[in-house]
Write a protein that binds this ligand. Sequence first.
Ligand SMILES: NC(=O)c1ccc[n+]([C@@H]2O[C@H](COP(=O)([O-])OP(=O)(O)OC[C@H]3O[C@@H](n4cnc5c(N)ncnc54)[C@H](O)[C@@H]3O)[C@@H](O)[C@H]2O)c1
Length: 421
Amino acid sequence: MARRARRATADPTSAKQAKWSKRGESISANQARRGNHSESNPEGPRRETRGTLGWARFRYPDALSGVSVYNLVPATGHREFLLPSQNPITVAVVGVGVFGRNHARVYKELEQQGAAVRLLGVVDPDTGRADAVAREFGCKAFGSVHQMLTTHSELQAASVAAPTVQHLNVAGELMRAGVDVLIEKPLAASLAEAEELVALAAKHKRIAQVGHLERFNPAVRATVPLLTQPMFFEVHRLSVFTPRSLDVDVVLDLMIHDLDIVLAFAKSPVKEVRAVGLPILSGKVDIANVRLELESGCIANFTASRVSTERVRKLRFFQPRQYVSLDYGRQEVLVFTVGHDAGSGTPSVNPQIGVTKPPVASEEPLHAELKSFLRAVRERSAPDVPLEDGRRSLALALEIVAAIREHGKKVDLAGIATAKD
Ligand SMILES: NC(=O)c1ccc[n+]([C@@H]2O[C@H](COP(=O)([O-])OP(=O)(O)OC[C@H]3O[C@@H](n4cnc5c(N)ncnc54)[C@H](O)[C@@H]3O)[C@@H](O)[C@H]2O)c1
């Protein structure tokens, strides 16, 4: 069996870990108690398979009857599981950098809150990082997806939070092995890769969701029932500069969240794209302004920046007799509605305008997103945000990036012609 994980870094302050380290193994005291361990320790107490191509037997305690249900699954092949509502879904997180760590945290929180989920482990080729996150959340650490799949056939679902260029690789390997996936946004680095992911999910009959997190923002959810005929959107997503995600233009990094929301709200194909953007601090486009015209006649303006002096996350739109203002960050929605006798043609200095603040049940969007993914996995139902939506937003984002390049060349904008693709 390939064992690509390097030895984990032990915490020198822990006597128990020092003992394990002496044996060339790393395990936290907490993991030792739970029987969880780094895969650097292959003979650990919870090793469950009998070899790469062997068959493994897993026991699922049935909470209702107290009887155990056994599933026989090939260690690397297709996995189909009995999913009575009480059986925990075994999950992993692949890629535990800044955002993947959040996935691991939330799965663990859900587990601790009694949700039917079990965080099996985390995967990262940076094994020091994998070990640190595994120790933090009491699960196993793996150095590769292959290593996890060949040793743990009970894995049912995984979050993919590796860099975008790795999404196809990683999610493809998981889906081929019968694992359901939640793939972070943007879905892939190119449209061809996104389409391959969509095709793989269909071929292997996998539940596959894309991580467009703002769909699960409570303010967005509270806005959905208010939608009638949105005709004009004005969206701002501004961030202060941090040296993260600089491998992609701000359109793929930040604006894509709002492109997805507007496409979902307006339910109309895009007719025309106008865009301008500039590299400011990185070699990529750091600030962009976009005007979309949709087939429905709706106009949507977007500004995204990662070189701003303040953080803003706002989406406002007009629809007949209404103006709706949504603040993603504050998780707030304000609705201004014009009364029926106002706007009748006779100008009034005192029009009847009602202002309401729909109730928004505050929740961390990632909690809501992972719960929705787990529900789709358990019920074998269509995910709330299918890969096709990720493909659609990516296609638009790439069209915008191309329009920015085109515009830059037309006006001879310094930096654009040399901005790396
Ligand atoms: N939904 C959101 O709001 C949101 C926010 C931030 C990032 N993201 C997305 O999450 C993904 C990760 O972003 P990040 O900011 O955490 O990046 P990051 O660079 O902090 O972390 C990526 C991690 O993946 C690991 N990795 C590299 N190749 C791998 C492989 N083949 N298998 C497993 N792990 C691998 C790296 O070692 C690193 O630890 C990106 O797709 C990004 O666009 C989404």
